[in-house]
Design a protein around this ligand. Structure first.
Ligand code: ZN
Length: 1008
């Protein structure tokens, strides 16, 4: 016997291979539910009888039910997943606000069974051992009593007053499929998976409730007639959709109250003040239910499908008269796309929760927008009728319905093509390294946001790419075949792919494989190009280079003098030659002209036939206004701007700046040319030509979260350069700490001291290597930040590494550490604090330009700002007390005061006085009280006091306003430090005698 069994097992796999995929099967389920709503408790109490037929080839030994409502309570897997990602919803709810679903007295095959909660403490799955094995083809009956309560915080389900949105509310049979029992907890990422079945539902509710449900009312009054807003149209119940059901029902029929009963269902007594409504549905994998006494009803019909709309008081304008029409429009669109709606009715409900959720024959919507209705009704096709496992392959419902909704707005609403926006959004996620495979099991995504982006947006983009590859009419045929073949069945990616390949007669393996199971990057480039005249026309040979790991069919366009021709290549080979024939002389070759290959780098896609022939990135020039920088998907944006500023030695400086970017993240290059016309004083007047060049984030160095910089400059008496690398990443797309690190090598040498304030610079060159680390995070109500930079440099002059002043060393160490904390103390009242320490020393001291400054950032940080960097610049004039925040931040002090080491603390208390959200200027105005304190450690005597820098503190009041011009947000800050412990240090030269005096300063940046 054992030998025979072993032999059978050994044969089985090869036998399976020979037969191909196993034939499709699905279990059969029939529910009889009898339930009564207890008000005001809001508890629905019921009994349930399930007939279960095992159509699988397996003998079943256990059985499982979903108790989905148990997700919306403290301690559930859902609540814990929420908490991990910083959402507090159900973990804080108390009895009786949280949801629950309990089963009791469970009997299977007539015998009592014990409930097992395999995912405890989560109780959204309950499992039972069968009293006897259930063989293939056999059936059994499961009987339970249960109670169900919705949560007062709405999520898909919910209750508010006497309005109840019952979704996933009864003990629901877990799907048994080729993978076994799909026992999966309900968590935020991933939705539902249901076994198709029939439902006989007997509901006892207070007489004034107006109801909507999956299925059709076959006896009793759902309240539609009384709530009907369109008196010209009689309510249609649609009972004729199920001709066989009449024999199973006794009572007055739909729309009228009376002694309604299903044949064979246990009769219960109807309480006074209650009515009984019977519902029936076939071939659905869920039964949704909603009720509210003040629902408004409107009805309609599209072909054979009845439309019921239930909306709330106050919706007369937003839902009344329009929701029915929009539901019919959606039915029309989806019918054309897939085929006729498979169920007799659709109910569209204005639910308590925002957004929308789909259920068979019912959509619960937060608004009556056409887009939302098309999306949710689309789910009745992809999810409802074509029933995928939503936690295993969410893209099959969300990606699909997002895809068809976009196609709807493109075709029916004649709206601007939504493809471009979605493609660019997905590209940003791909480039940022956030993308994960579209077919990932829902709760395996790194967080809820990535899950959403992948299954909705990238899932949609995949289907757009399929449409691009096969063409519109074949795509249409694929959808129709998929729907005809798989309706009322369970679908998966492989089943959809098989249909798509059969209809298109194409091998779509690479497309499905890469887009669903990987995260490749696509990049095609023009290689060699040749052209020759042939007969009346021209033949252009284009070498298409595949530079990315991703492979997509890609178009090659040849733009000729009077005509354009496009040839599509499969994009598989690393190098492929394509021949394109045009009637006139070719001028330009463009790869992927419609941006459909998801090619991240469009800068290497163009070739122009010029005298020497050249590959050149497409560029658009614009006049720059400083505040906004346009970003484009397929070309470089390059902005030009004139500039002028002033300093003492150079006098008026005139210049022009060009800056460019690609995708807002690459080729962020900048060139600034300027000329100093010469200052007023003869001795110090300098006429010189300056430049600043920055190359940042070239496409060839693409790496997620990283940034690279090369700068060279000659600016106002200084020359040098910088080579820098930075890395910055948040742990998750929308939450968690942001960490950063960087390293830079900088050279700043002096070739003309006429521009320099000797209190900021001594005449030496400096090479500095600096590393830095940072972290920012929200912890409870605190917004915390920390920064550390450590490095050192060497000091030289024309004679080499020689000291230019007796106590100056060749080498110095420089380090800064800063911690900031900010939180709201009360509404409109914010506390902010900062601790700082900085040191810049050799054996004695560091050069003045590298010391730690009492009030401001150091001179190197100001090199980029023409209004700050040189003596006599606009913002360093005596009468213009500007503060460039940084250093020890003692804002009342002169920006030239520095020492070798300083520790400091700064605090601000800010009270919002005015908020004007829609305004660009003065969108928020606030008052602040502040105090700064610093302690200098060692160092030379200060000019102002003749003593080394010691303890300095200030305090005062300030006013701030927030503004936004174009894409630039900034603050104007006026501070009045009426107290300064060391008045000789005052930035205002009129207030250098008394500690208490009127002082002021301003800035366009926050103090810290
Ligand atoms: Zn959806």
């Amino acid at each position: 016997m054992l030998t025979l069994l072993a032999l059978a097992l050994a044969i089985a796999p090869s036998d399976t291979l020979r037969r191909g995929p196993a034939p499709y099967w699905q279990q059969r389920v029939a529910y009889d539910i009898s339930a009564r709503l207890e008000e005001p408790l809001g508890v629905l109490r019921g009994t349930q009888h399930i007939l279960y037929v095992n159509n699988s080839p397996d003998t079943l030994r256990s059985f499982a039910l979903h108790l989905h409502l148990n997700a919306f309570r403290p301690g559930s897997a859902w609540s814990d997943a929420d908490s991990v990602e910083g959402r507090r919803r159900f973990n804080d709810l108390k009895d009786p606000d949280y949801a629950s679903n309990h089963v009791s007295n469970v009997r299977i095959m007539g015998q009592p069974v014990t409930a097992i909660y395999p995912l405890a403490p989560d109780s959204t799955i309950v499992r039972f051992q069968l009293p006897a094995p259930l063989a293939p083809g056999d059936s059994m009956v499961i009987e339970t009593e249960w109670d169900a309560r919705l949560s007062t915080v709405a999520r898909r389900q919910g209750r508010r007053g006497r309005h109840y949105d019952f979704a996933q509310w009864y003990p629901k049979v877990v799907v048994y499929d080729q993978y076994g029992w799909e026992e999966h907890p309900l968590v935020p990422a991933g939705e539902f998976y249901g076994e198709f079945g029939s439902f006989r539902v007997q509901l006892d509710v207070p007489e004034d409730q107006v109801l909507g449900a999956t299925g059709v009312p076959v006896c009793g009054d759902p309240g539609w007639s009384g709530a009907n807003q369109d008196k010209s149209r009689a309510v249609e119940y649609g009972v004729d959709a199920y001709p066989g059901i009449a024999q199973q029902v006794s009572g007055p029929g739909p729309g009228q109250n009376g002694a309604c009963a299903f044949a064979g269902m246990r009769a219960t007594e109807l309480s006074p003040g209650y009515k009984r409504v019977l519902w029936y549905a076939e071939s659905v994998h869920h039964f949704a239910l909603t009720m509210a006494p003040d629902y408004r009803y409107e009805g309609g019909r599209f072909q054979k499908t009845l439309v019921h709309v239930l909306y709330q008081p106050g919706d007369e304008k937003s839902w009344g008269g329009v929701a029915v029409k929009r539901t019919e429009i959606a039915l029309n669109w989806l019918g054309q796309l897939f085929g006729p709606f498979a169920w007799p009715q659709i109910t569209n409900v204005h639910r308590i929760d925002g957004g929308g959720t789909e259920f068979p024959m019912m959509i619960m919507d937060g608004s009556a927008s056409q887009g939302l209705i098309v999306h949710e009704l689309g789910h009745n096709y992809t999810m409802g009728i074509l029933a995928n496992n939503e936690w295993r392959e969410g893209w099959l419902d969300e990606g699909f319905t997002s895809f068809q909704s976009s196609w709807f707005s493109e075709v029916v609403e004649k709206a601007k093509d939504t493809y471009a926006g979605n493609e660019a959004n997905v590209l940003q996620l791909d480039l940022g390294g956030w993308s994960e495979p579209v077919s990932l099991i829902s709760d395996k995504y790194s967080d809820f946001v990535v899950y959403n982006q992948m299954i909705y947006s990238k899932g949609e983009l995949f289907l757009q790419q399929l449409r691009y590859v096969v063409g519109d009419s074949v795509m249409h045929e694929i959808l129709q075949t998929y729907y005809a073949r798989w309706q009322m069945k369970h679908v998966d990616g492989a089943r959809f792919q098989a249909v798509a390949e059969e209809v298109s007669r194409m091998d779509l393996g690479p497309l499905f494989g890469q887009w669903l199971h990987g995260t490749p990057m696509f990049d095609y480039a023009v290689g060699k190009v040749q052209r020759r005249q042939q007969g009346d026309g021209w033949v252009t040979r284009v070498q298409v280079l595949r530079k990315g790991d991703g492979m997509m069919p890609v178009d090659v366009a040849v733009i000729a003098e009077t005509d354009t021709a496009i040839v599509r290549t499969d994009g598989l080979a690393p190098k492929a030659w394509v021949e394109v024939t045009t009637r006139s002389e070719p001028k330009e070759v463009l790869i992927d002209p419609t941006v459909h290959a998801h090619d991240w780098n469009m800068l290497n896609n163009r070739y122009r036939f010029t005298l020497f022939g050249k590959r050149s990135p497409p560029v658009t020039n614009y006049f720059d206004t400083w505040f906004s920088e346009p970003e484009s998907r397929d070309h470089v944006e390059r902005g030009f701007m004139p500039a002028a500023w002033y300093n003492t030695a150079g006098g008026l400086v005139i210049g022009a700046r060009a800056r460019e970017n690609y995708l807002g993240m690459f080729e962020e290059n900048q060139l600034l040319l300027s000329y100093n016309l010469g200052g007023p004083g003869d001795d110090a007047s300098v006429k010189e030509f300056d430049y600043f060049l920055r190359l940042k984030n070239p496409v060839w160095l693409r790496a997620p979260s990283q940034s690279q910089r090369l700068e060279v400059f000659r600016t106002e008496g200084r020359w040098g350069g910088l080579l820098g690398w930075d890395w910055s990443r948040r742990d998750h797309l929308t939450f968690g700490p942001t960490r950063s690190a960087g390293v830079s090598l900088r050279l700043v040498d002096i070739d003309n001291t006429a521009f320099l304030d000797p209190q900021q610079y001594i005449d030496v060159g400096i090479v500095e290597l600096m590393t830095d680390w940072g972290i920012r995070n929200r912890v409870g109500k605190w917004q915390l930040g920390g920064k550390l930079s450590l490095g050192g440099g060497l000091v030289f002059n024309r004679d080499g590494l020689a000291a230019v002043q007796p106590d100056l060393d060749e080498f110095y160490f420089r380090g800064e550490i800063e911690g900031t904390a900010r939180r709201e103390l009360a509404k409109k009242l914010t506390f902010a604090g900062r601790l700082y320490g900085g040191v810049a020393v050799g054996a004695h001291t560091a050069a003045k330009q590298r010391q730690i400054y009492l009030s401001s950032s150091d001179p190197f940080a100001q090199l980029y700002n023409p209004f700050l960097r040189s003596e006599g610049s606009l913002l360093v004039l005596d009468d213009v007390p500007y503060q460039a925040p940084g250093g020890a931040g003692v804002r009342a002090a002169d920006f030239r005061i520095s020492g070798p080491a300083l520790i400091a603390a700064n605090v601000e208390l800010e009270r919002t006085m005015l908020v004007r959200q829609k305004s660009k200027l003065f969108s928020r105005v606030s008052l602040a009280a502040f105090g700064d304190a610093a302690q200098g450690i060692g160092g030379p005597d200060q000019l102002a006091t003749g003593e080394a820098l010691g303890f300095v503190a200030d305090a005062g009041l300030g006013v701030r306003a927030n503004h936004r011009i174009g894409k630039t947000s900034f603050m104007t800050r006026f501070d009045f430090p009426f107290y300064l412990s060391e008045p000789a240090y005052s930035r205002n030269d009129f207030a250098q005698d008394d500690a208490f005096a009127f002082r002021w300063l301003f800035s366009v940046q926050a103090a810290f």
